[in-house]
Design a protein around this ligand. Structure first.
Ligand code: SAH
Length: 221
């Protein structure tokens, strides 16, 4: 049976080839990003019924009513960050932990925060099982960043804000880059790349996207 052109008897190697091909066709050209995407198995970050769709280029539901982003969007955001191996990166919105795992292959250290304790706990277990020792995951309201660990070389926000949050702008190093989906509604959002200059910030609009909203405060679960 065919499902979106995906043969059910496809081997793991064929599946990986198709996954990487889909990323390239969406404009992911950076060899280091493609290699990180190849090394992290998205199937380990999706549970239950949806696990069989893990290698398709689509967002999928995870716990706490949240979503794991579409792989091509993860790759394009990572590419826009232009991470160097010495960088310390902050991610706001741990979710499944997939994006953080990709970042961990490219950066020196990754801090990732989510407002849902359950998501942070489950991601921490995965990072431990996968030996990703350079990720520190914490429950926090990421709109305020992590003042104790700041400043950061790179910041990635994986939930949509009305504007790039001020505390995050302030926690970016000079020359640093932040990628953040910005939009007033659920339907119209744009991915923005912010570069901190010697004085002020440069803003570049990258592409339309659709993310769950950045919500204030820590959740009860
Ligand atoms: N990067 C994730 C996908 C994130 S979905 C992945 O790779 O799977 C967006 C996440 O942002 C959700 O888990 C949501 O709980 C979290 N979030 C929303 N508002 C937040 C806030 N103020 N602080 C921290 N996390 C937040």
């Amino acid at each position: 049976m065919m499902d979106h052109g995906t043969p059910e008897n496809e081997s793991a190697a064929e599946r990986k080839m198709r996954f990487l091909f889909a990323l390239r066709s969406k404009g992911v050209t950076d060899a280091r990003v493609l290699s990180a995407m190849e090394r992290v198995d998205r199937g380990q970050f999706v549970r239950g019924l949806f696990a069989e769709r893990a290698y398709e280029d689509m967002p999928l539901p995870i716990a706490c009513g949240q979503t794991i982003s579409q792989p091509s969007v993860v790759a394009l955001m990572t590419q826009a960050l232009n991470i160097s191996p010495r960088d310390t990166v902050l991610e706001v919105g741990t979710g499944s932990g997939y994006q953080a795992a990709i970042l961990a292959h490219l950066a020196r250290r990754v801090y990732t925060v989510d407002r849902h304790r359950r998501l942070v706990r489950e991601a921490q277990e995965l990072f431990r099982d996968l030996g990703l020792v350079n990720i520190v995951a914490m429950t926090a309201d990421g709109s305020y960043g992590l003042p104790d660990q700041a400043p950061f070389d790179r910041i990635i926000v994986t939930a949509a804000a009305e504007d790039p949050p001020g505390p995050l702008l302030a926690q970016l190093k000079t020359g640093g880059i932040m990628v953040v989906p910005v939009g007033q509604s659920d339907t119209v959002q744009h991915l923005i790349k912010v570069t901190r200059l010697e004085s002020g910030y440069d803003y570049e609009e990258l592409r339309p996207v659709r993310f769950v909203p950045l919500v204030e405060g820590i959740s009860a679960d």
